[in-house]
Design a protein around this ligand. Structure first.
Ligand code: DLL
Length: 431
């Protein structure tokens, strides 16, 4: 079923805990000996490498934040001699210093393995044509899925992002069966395929979509328009890239590759570790990488972890779909608003995921607007007028959020499309 799982030998929780403990102890020794930053942090807390022997000792280690990574830019957290590192990747961050992650060949091999697991879980194999439309280059999306696809033995189309016409042509000509890209780009490709009348010519069966937040409703939309099963995939550059976790046939959250990354959920305010099933900030500890193994890295992503048995047979812990980011949460007139909540309302009301949230401050008061594209059917419907539809949306948003945005319906294709991660929030208050 899942060829790429060390977990096969670790089917019991006890065995997995043992493996994680061993790898954790080894990684802690490795970073203590090779990274002055970690040595200093551990010495300050009187934690010796020998004090971390099992999973239970994890809380003895301090958290690491994105700011720590920025301060250490570029080489401060590199844990191997530069001669052993063979690759860098970098975050897509637009503010502050970028974060640079390093890989040895061994680190790349295990990253490929993680992405291979994701492709296999989406039904991929040697007979598949894997169409990778994530960006290549510094962004981890393209290289990650590319490596995974090679490992599975699928035919890999390294399309990268952009040039939508060529994407669709190759998809038709080469018979792509698995599409890998951001969900917003998948929706855009679907729109174009439909408008060119090419739906009958594509052979896609599955999609592996991640790198940005998306909702169940958006999944249903993409699945319907492309005639595929759409699987979520999660990851971040700091930890390795895509493939930290991946969805299986059950499509109810993503299995974490916990033989390589230990997940924890903490209270973002207090840092307290929360019990399984609690909603909080996701923290990861890398236990098998050597060049850039981060310990207790705070992702700022909000989700829930669960060990409920999965129908696919995998015993790897599952993380829910992301419920937002601790730093993505907007506070509008004192109310906490997550873009994912807005998206859920829009999709429930039959709209598309082509929307933008615009927040500003006028005379010390926050203004809050949601601009969303009408579907072509709504656009041509003369029975219900636009202002009635807008009012209905305002009422649904008020019910969900507790505050009312101004809702503006715009014509189909009015909102600029993105080939990578979509820009959904424009917060002018920070400018
Ligand atoms: O986005 C890695 C990636 C590439 C993941 C391709 C999946 C597919 P970064 O650019 O470092 O890396 O951004 C990481 O993106 O902390 C999340 O906030 C967000 N993110 C990633 N996957 C998902 C997902 C890549 N499936 C940041 N759902 C993370 C929601 C996601 N958000």
């Amino acid at each position: 079923m899942n060829y790429y799982q060390e977990e096969m030998e670790c089917a019991s929780r006890e065995k997995m805990r043992e493996l994680q403990g061993e790898r954790l102890a080894k990684t802690v020794r490795h970073v203590y000996e090779n990274v002055p930053y970690y040595r200093r942090m551990m010495d300050e807390r009187n934690v010796a490498p020998g004090d971390v022997k099992s999973l239970d000792d994890l809380p003895k280690l301090p958290f690491l934040t994105k700011n720590d990574l920025r301060d250490a830019y570029p080489y401060g957290l590199l844990a191997v001699p530069l001669t052993d590192a063979v690759r860098i990747q970098s975050t897509s961050g637009t503010t502050g210093r970028r974060v640079v992650a390093f890989y040895t060949q061994g680190d790349i091999d295990l990253w490929d393995e993680c992405c291979a697991r994701a492709i296999v879980a989406a039904g991929g194999g040697k007979d598949d044509v894997v169409h990778v439309s994530y960006g290549y280059g510094l962004f981890t999306g393209g290289p990650g899925l590319n490596g995974g696809s090679h490992k599975v033995g699928s035919l890999t189309l390294p399309m990268s992002s952009g040039n939508t016409e060529r994407q669709i042509q190759f998809m038709c000509d080469l018979g792509s069966t698995i599409l890998c890209c951001t969900p917003s780009y998948a929706a855009y490709l679907a729109e174009n395929i439909a408008s060119q009348g090419l739906r009958g010519q594509i052979k896609l069966k599955a999609g592996i979509f991640g790198a940005e937040a998306w909702s169940e409703e958006m999944r249903a939309d993409i699945e319907k328009s492309l005639g595929i099963k759409a699987y979520d995939i999660y990851g971040l550059t700091e930890i390795t890239g895509p493939g930290v976790s991946f969805e299986c046939s059950e499509q109810t959250g993503m299995h974490v590759n916990e033989d390589h990354f230990i997940p924890e959920i903490i209270d973002p305010e207090t840092g307290a570790v929360l019990p399984e099933g609690s909603k909080g900030e996701l923290v990861f500890t890398c236990i098998s990488k050597t060049a850039f193994p981060l310990l207790r890295y705070r992702t700022r992503d909000i989700c829930v972890l669960s060990r409920k048995a999965c129908s696919c047979g995998r015993t790897l812990i599952k993380m829910s779909r992301l419920m937002g980011r601790s730093d993505d949460m907007l506070i509008i007139r004192g109310v906490n608003v997550f873009p994912s909540q807005i998206e859920a309302v829009l999709m429930k009301c039959g709209l598309t995921s082509n929307y933008q949230i615009i927040v500003d401050r006028v005379h010390h008061t926050d203004t809050f607007e949601v601009k969303v594209e009408m579907t072509p059917e709504m656009f041509s419907d003369t029975v219900k007028d636009i202002s009635t539809r807008e009012e209905e949306l305002v009422a649904s948003m008020r019910a969900m959020l507790g505050i009312s945005p101004k809702v503006t319906l715009v014509a189909p294709r009015d909102i600029a499309r993105s080939e990578g991660k979509a820009v959904r929030v424009i917060d002018r208050r920070k400018i």
